[in-house]
Design a protein around this ligand. Structure first.
Ligand code: BGC
Length: 757
């Protein structure tokens, strides 16, 4: 943590303690921080009240809401971020409810609070968990200053489907990368230390399988074989449970026939019993009640019964717990022990946050604004992925003195921020136009928005954009999707750039000027044609507040691009789902066996054209693979080695390779390590990411890169979730993306068919 950050956190701590002293005199709730003692004093209604979370924007002016607070019916409030209102509600809870139990205030702090950082998928593209942890520390501080002590992050959904708008909120398609990012976000918010209360509590969501909604349509059915849950979808959730994430949020969806918010197997058997998760589970918004819509229960009473038995400790937004739990306990359908267990978990978190001692919002402390913006810029820089760079058109040479800056995303302070930015301050945004004008001089930047939004179909302003391009040395066309086109409930079936943006690009390309296309969005789009037309292509995601400056630094070569794709990019929608970590199959695809659709001789014999695992029309590879991303320099890998060709159980092996910066530009590279379990008692993926390192090398330098692999990292699960580790041959690759060819092998020896966790 930079010095000024830690100084700043100390100040927060100091003011928090001061506030605690000031307010603790108002009521002696501080003494009630003993959870068991408090529990023993609570009525059933008061216990159930702790299990209820309500939307509370402006609630301190709402008499009915205040009445509920006084009666102890509200354990948590979400979506109130005005410190004055938070304090007013808290004061009512502390001073006017019988036991004075503080309210826990929650909010979706997803990729920033006031200062917005790249959207999650972009953050994943940094392949830099250390950086993401620092980012999360900032989001936590800004949110903490507003009184938020619980974030609904990290999102640990894994998705292979860019039609699903919420792919934006994921850290991509790979369980290892999602896990690393999730752990980083968790640590950044919690800021665990011995002598300090938990800073901002975290929430692993959405448990489980939400990223695989059928057809990419939000809220749709989810069906995942149990073996795949254990080997893929559960991996980040289990890792976060082990790392002490504070809460879990259920998914809106069903999982294999049971709505997640009523799934006892998922929440109680797996999460609370097998994984021994001791935090609490919150439902997603209204999802306890939505079990009725799923056709799983007939009414709200049954919905409450299913959810509480399943293990949902707190109900978000709907009120079936408030309305029916008491009746269910009275009728002995729900045991008091089960209620106590839920309340104990909730009160323990409040205690760990120090809420009993310090329930009020600390007086705001001044934030190290400049450093926060620099961090947001660094994250944006590392997130941007250079997909194409023909004839090294980038970085712009000194000969490029004037630019045409075209497109609906080139100067929009709001739209560059992405989804879940409720509290984002658009005044902080620096757009590409602002940054480019500041650097090149206003007179050298010819800006034409050309389309009023990304969805605009009018070609009226194209002539002006073409004219501006002809007058300039090069064109930078910034297109994409507005924030509202990704995120929750924003699924799309067609994944081309919306509106007339492709036509705009074609029109500009015809001028023959160097054409740099920058795409701002939060999902992979279908860009096969654009990638042909572009001289250079940058995927900038929704880059956040500092997107403009980050892009400028990359285009003019102040820094070399280093982002890598956290998801595979399909050539066309028909290829979805496409992901690198797929299983091996019989008849695997290869270029040898693929006869292209147009090349098939008329009336060919049925099996004469190669029966393998491909599409006749587009083959079997993505447009861009997972892990892909170019640099301004040329990195070369060589000399892969293992420290031993045998790896014994419970031992560690070192895999190394030489990375050489062969070009003449200093740059960072994300080195990736993949393994393949060649044969196992259950089929395993063709490749799995098991390590990553961000390495800075000056032009001409070489470095030996080492990864450690323990036998434990080679484990997998059987169809019932039993962990297995099996001897046998493993392939291992080190390289620049998931298609790297630099490979060696080792053997895992002395099989123990299974061992305990
Ligand atoms: C989303 C969650 C979010 C919750 C609270 C729901 O619509 O699915 O991810 O945390 O709302 O805002």
């Amino acid at each position: 943590m930079p010095k000024s950050f830690s100084k700043y956190f100390k100040r927060i701590l100091f003011t928090a303690v001061l506030t605690a002293i000031l307010f603790s005199c108002s009521r002696e709730n501080g003494r009630q921080a003993n959870v068991e003692e408090l529990l023993s004093q609570m009525s059933l209604d008061e216990k159930i009240g702790q299990m209820c979370q309500l939307h509370g924007e402006n609630a301190s002016h709402d008499t009915a809401f205040l009445h509920l607070v006084r009666q102890g019916w509200i354990g948590s409030v979400l979506n109130e971020t005005d410190p004055n209102q938070i304090n007013a509600l808290q004061k009512t809870a502390i001073e006017e409810s019988r036991l004075g139990i503080p309210i826990l205030f929650g909010r979706d702090v997803i990729h920033g609070f006031k200062t917005i950082f790249p959207v999650n998928l972009g953050l994943a593209a940094t392949f830099n968990p250390e950086l993401v942890k620092k980012c999360a520390e900032v989001w936590a501080s800004e949110a903490f200053n507003s009184g938020i002590r619980w974030t609904f992050a990290p999102s640990l959904d894994i998705s292979y489907d860019p039609r699903w708008g919420r792919i934006a909120e994921t850290y991509g398609e790979d369980p290892y990368l999602v896990t690393q990012m999730g752990l980083a976000v968790n640590e950044g918010f919690q800021q665990k230390s011995k002598d300090k209360p938990l800073f901002v509590a975290t929430c692993a969501k959405h448990f489980a399988g939400y990223g695989t909604v059928e057809g990419g349509r939000d809220y749709n059915t989810v069906a995942i074989p149990e073996i795949e849950l254990h080997n893929t979808y559960f991996i980040p959730f289990k890792a976060l449970a082990d790392a002490g994430v504070n809460t879990f949020m259920t998914s809106f969806t069903e999982l294999n026939g049971v709505p997640a918010s009523g799934d006892k197997w998922l929440l109680r058997n797996i999460l609370k019993e097998t994984w021994k998760f001791d935090g609490f589970v919150v439902s997603d918004w209204g999802s306890v009640r939505e079990q009725i819509d799923h056709g799983y229960v007939t009414n709200e009473e049954e919905a409450a019964l299913k959810a509480v038995i399943a293990g949902v400790d707190m109900e978000m937004a709907s009120t079936t717990y408030r309305d029916y739990l008491k009746k269910l306990v009275d009728e002995k359908k729900v045991s008091l022990a089960l209620i106590d267990d839920a309340v104990r978990r909730i009160l323990t978190l409040k205690k760990n946050l120090g809420l009993f001692e310090s329930p009020y919002v600390s007086p705001p402390v001044s934030l190290p604004a400049k450093e926060i913006l620099l961090l947001a810029k660094q994250a944006a820089i590392q997130s941007m992925v250079l997909l194409k760079n023909d004839q090294n058109v980038l970085p712009f040479s000194e000969n490029i003195k004037s630019l045409a800056l075209i497109g609906p995303m080139a100067n929009d302070k709001y739209e560059q921020l992405g989804t879940w930015i409720f509290d984002g301050d658009t005044n902080l945004s620096i757009t590409p136009l602002m940054a480019f004008r500041a650097h090149y001089g206003t007179e050298n930047i010819r800006y034409v928005k050309a389309l009023s939004t990304t969805r605009d179909n009018s070609e009226k302003a194209f002539a002006e954009a073409i004219h501006a391009t002809k007058q300039s040395d090069a064109a930078v066309v910034i297109v994409g999707e507005e924030s509202i086109l990704t995120g929750e409930a924003h699924s799309r079936a067609h994944l081309h750039l919306p509106g007339a943006q492709e036509k705009l690009i074609e029109a500009i390309a015809k001028t023959g000027k160097p054409l740099v296309i920058v795409i701002m969005t939060s999902r992979p789009l279908i860009i096969d044609q654009i990638s042909i037309i572009a001289s250079a292509l940058i995927y900038a995601w929704h880059p956040g507040s500092m997107g403009g400056e980050a892009l400028l630094d990359i285009l003019r070569g102040k820094v070399s691009p280093s982002g890598k794709l956290p998801v595979s990019f399909p050539i066309t929608e028909g290829q979805i789902p496409i992901y690198y970590r797929h299983k091996k199959t019989g008849r695997p695809a290869s270029y040898k066996s693929w006869t292209k659709l147009e090349d098939i001789p008329v009336r060919s014999f049925q099996t004469s054209i190669g029966n393998t695992n491909h599409y006749l029309d587009i083959g079997f590879e993505p447009l861009y693979p997972f892990g892909y991303g170019l640099s301004y320099t040329k990195f070369e890998y060589s000399n892969i080695q293992v420290s031993s060709s045998l790896l014994n159980m419970n031992e560690t092996l070192i895999v190394s390779a030489i990375l050489h910066n062969k070009g003449n530009v200093d740059a960072e590279e994300v080195t990736q390590l993949y393994i393949q379990d060649v044969t196992a008692s259950y089929t395993r993926p063709v490749k799995e990411l098991k390590g990553l390192k961000r390495i800075f090398l000056k032009a001409g330098e070489s470095q030996k890169i080492e990864f450690r692999i323990s036998s434990r990292e080679l484990a997998f699960y059987d169809a019932r979730g039993k962990e297995l580790i099996e001897e046998g041959l493993f392939n291992v690759w080190i390289g620049t993306d998931s298609q790297t060819k630099l490979k060696t092998v080792f053997q895992l020896t002395k099989s123990e068919t299974s061992y305990e966790n």
